[in-house]
Design a protein. Sequence first.
Length: 283
Amino acid sequence: MSIVTSLVALHVSVVLFGFAGLFGKWVALSAVAIVVGRTLIAAATLAVIAAIIRETRSRPSLALLVNGGILALHWVAFFAAIKVSTVAIGLLGYASFPLFVLLLERLLTGRRWRVADTITALAVTMGLALLVPVDSWESSGALGLAWGVLSGLSFALLAVRNRGLRNAHSAIGLSLWQNAFAGLWLLPVLAWQGVGGAVTAESLTLLLLLGVLCTALAHTLFIASLARLSAHTASVVAALEPVYGILLAVLLLDETPDRRTLAGAVLIVVASIYTSRTAQRSA
């Protein structure tokens, strides 16, 4: 794979990750039902991919079981944010995760707090403040932002925990087991609360697309691109996920964000890119 092809694969994977948010509007099922379908379909697809490329799968562990629960919380919060508000609010709330990564690393690993971290924290905080609706803290926008921030916090915790598992598991292996465990964690919840709507051929087709294209394929393309691209390049492009998602929501859902949301998006995305650059310099 050439560098140009790798860049295309990287951007396509990030577009697919951003595209996943739109399914929160399209699939007329609960957030839990969407995540169960997404994770189990993705796990099965990744198992097929691992078999095709003859990758030796690592064994599951207690750490992966816990990570599966965190991943389940992350995606349920993400889709809940989109269902009660907009794709833009959900994606930007999730995009606050670099701030939480800094805080968790400081808390769990004793990492020194740098000037760059303060700049990132201020930018993300200001960006989130701009997303809060001016009319009411009890509005759907405020509730969606709260769910989105929870999605970002849980993703940050997952990212920090995964750093300690990279030597024992491949990237595909990590994703496979965590998706499988996420689905299993949520099955009792699904049995208790129900699917939240009618399971139709359309909803099943959308879940299949979400699990195969926006999860398994997107993850595989992202990993493949790293064979020729640096982790720094990948992290900077990944920071564009909210941008791609918002643009797709404008085109396909007619959800046009207002000026406050756009201003918040600029601050959060720039902060994420800045964090990636400073992390690369430190490395």
